[in-house]
Design a protein around this ligand. Structure first.
Ligand code: ADP
Ligand code: MG
Length: 286
């Protein structure tokens, strides 16, 4: 059975959780045994590298788009089943890039991985619009704030114009007592609500730790929500990590209640637990 492979993670407003979503969707699927590539297509404001403790002093997507390197040279192994393609942070190099090369880079990754997630820059520049049309489906990310929701409309419009299609909306940094209904937000935008990710201080802590949230605090509310989202988006059954810290959440099957997808799995244990150390020692994978 074929499934969608390339997803663009996009937003109208910056700082709403796109990179967090890219890293954690990717890591959750990698833990489930899928081969995943995450790509920083936010060429001018790269931050994926920082999220995963990569400090590439060598090849990045900038070099690939400048025609100076192959995509394989810019591909870094993060952990079992997951690689990242970071963008450079050097603005002079950025000036040399030609976003058109992105199409070939994405197609090369498509042929090698089960899932490819493109972390797209906010706004409406050319480099933002291009990935929306290259992806099989666009995942919109917004907080419930009116300004962010409003800007999401532009991303939907840009997706339509670039020939892409919207998979749905992920609302991040939600609060239980928020006064706007999440379903209403999605209804107003006329897109499906794929999931909500609660506000969770572990999200920021995980960045400082250089470790994806789903590994850093696997039993936390945001990590649980990201695993649930991974299942909703792809249909892949994402294992619930073994609870080895002795609290009382063992056998809690809260990650398996996913609206609109298989919800009666039995919460298999994670196949491995050393993702976090591997990520901080990420190496080039030529
Ligand atoms: P973007 O890529 O859209 O600019 P980021 O993923 O970098 O957004 O997130 C912006 C900030 O919000 C980061 O400091 C991140 O740690 C924080 N953040 C993201 N998701 C959450 C969450 N669910 N709870 C709390 N903080 C979050
Ligand atoms: Mg980002």
């Amino acid at each position: 059975m074929s499934h969608e492979t390339v997803y663009a993670i996009a937003s109208g407003k910056g700082g709403v959780g796109k990179t967090t979503t890219t890293v954690n969707l990717g890591t959750a699927l990698a833990e489930a045994g899928e081969r995943v590539a995450i790509v920083d297509t936010d060429l001018g404001m790269a931050n994926l590298a920082g999220f995963v403790s990569l400090t590439p002093d060598s090849t990045t997507l900038h070099d690939v788009l400048a025609g100076d390197a192959s995509i394989d040279d810019a591909t870094y192994r993060l952990a079992d089943n997951i690689v990242a393609v970071p963008s450079g942070t050097n603005l002079d190099e950025y000036a040399e890039t030609s976003p058109e090369g992105l199409r070939d880079a994405v197609e090369a990754l498509r042929s090698q991985f089960d899932y490819v997630f493109l972390d797209v820059g906010a706004g409406i520049s050319h480099e933002t619009v291009l990935p929306l049309g290259l992806a099989d489906a666009v995942i919109l990310v917004s907080t419930p704030e009116p300004a962010a929701v409003h800007d999401t409309k532009k991303t939907i419009e840009l997706t339509d114009r670039s020939g892409g299609s919207v998979a749905g909306l992920v609302l991040t940094r939600t609060h239980p007592d928020g006064d706007i209904s999440h379903d209403d937000i999605a209804d107003r935008l006329e897109v499906p609500l794929l999931g909500t990710i609660p506000e969770d201080p572990a999200a920021r802590d995980s960045v400082y730790a250089g470790t994806p949230l789903v590994v850093f605090e696997p039993e936390g509310p945001a990590a649980i929500a990201y695993r649930r989202l991974a299942t909703t988006v792809t249909g892949v059954e994402v294992p619930v990590p073994a609870d080895d810290d002795g609290d009382d959440e063992t056998d809690n099957e809260s990650t398996t209640t996913v609206a609109g997808s298989a919800s009666d799995d039995d919460g298999r244990e994670a196949a491995h637990d050393d993702v976090s150390s591997a990520i901080t020692e990420a190496e080039s994978d030529p």
